[in-house]
Ligand binder design. Structure first.
Ligand code: IMP
Ligand code: MG
Length: 179
């Protein structure tokens, strides 16, 4: 699916993503039935998926955001994670669900899971739109995974290439000459 109105090759449409969000939201609502849940979105990539997930979860929820980066210079992930913007809610003794755009090496999420555990969260689970399992370095996995994908660099639906394309209403991938 490549034409002049579409950037790159579409992997997932917003209809497909929304259908999957509803399935996962139902599952999460069942799994945490009768309990409160704090959704923590990772800036900036997860904002569009966060907006979907918060509409599909029927529990008593609060939302917050965190900005962390596992990247030094360039696009090669390192285990060196920095918190650039912290959460504002008190998560002590609360159920936390991290809403992430994509698990790649897993370095960021491994760090965030430990970071929230140290703040004495009752439990810390992960809900990710995308998973690239072939790239994993850290021992971490999504508890709720939208879609597992091959080792492609994807854009859209919040995900960027050099801060661009976050606004595309679908997930696509670029061939190197298109970037
Ligand atoms: P990691 O799991 O610590 O390697 O880092 C995951 C983060 O890297 C994600 O939250 C994204 O922000 C970014 N990332 C990884 N793969 C891609 C991709 O294919 N497209 C856009 N961003 C990506
Ligand atoms: Mg991210």
């Amino acid at each position: 699916m490549v034409n002049s109105e579409v950037k790159g090759t579409v992997l997932l449409t917003q209809e497909q993503i929304w259908e999957r969000a509803k399935e996962i939201g139902k599952q999460i609502s069942e799994d945490f039935s009768g309990e409160e849940l704090i959704l923590i979105g990772t800036l900036k990539g997860a904002v569009v998926w966060m907006a979907d997930m918060m509409k599909t979860i029927t529990l008593d929820t609060q939302i917050d955001f965190i900005s962390a980066s596992s990247y030094g210079s360039g696009t090669v992930s390192s285990g060196n994670v920095k918190i650039k913007k912290d959460i504002e809610l008190d998560i002590e003794n609360k159920n936390v669900l991290i809403i992430e755009d994509i698990i790649d090496t897993g370095n960021t999420l491994k760090y965030l899971k430990e970071y929230f555990s140290k703040k004495n969260a009752k439990c810390v689970k992960i809900c990710t739109l995308l998973d690239k399992p072939s790239r994993r370095e850290a021992d971490v996995q999504g508890d709720y995974v939208g879609f597992s994908i091959d080792d492609l660099f994807v854009i859209g639906y919040g995900l960027d290439f050099d801060q661009k394309y976050r606004n595309l209403p679908y997930i696509s991938y670029l061939d190197s000459y298109e970037a």
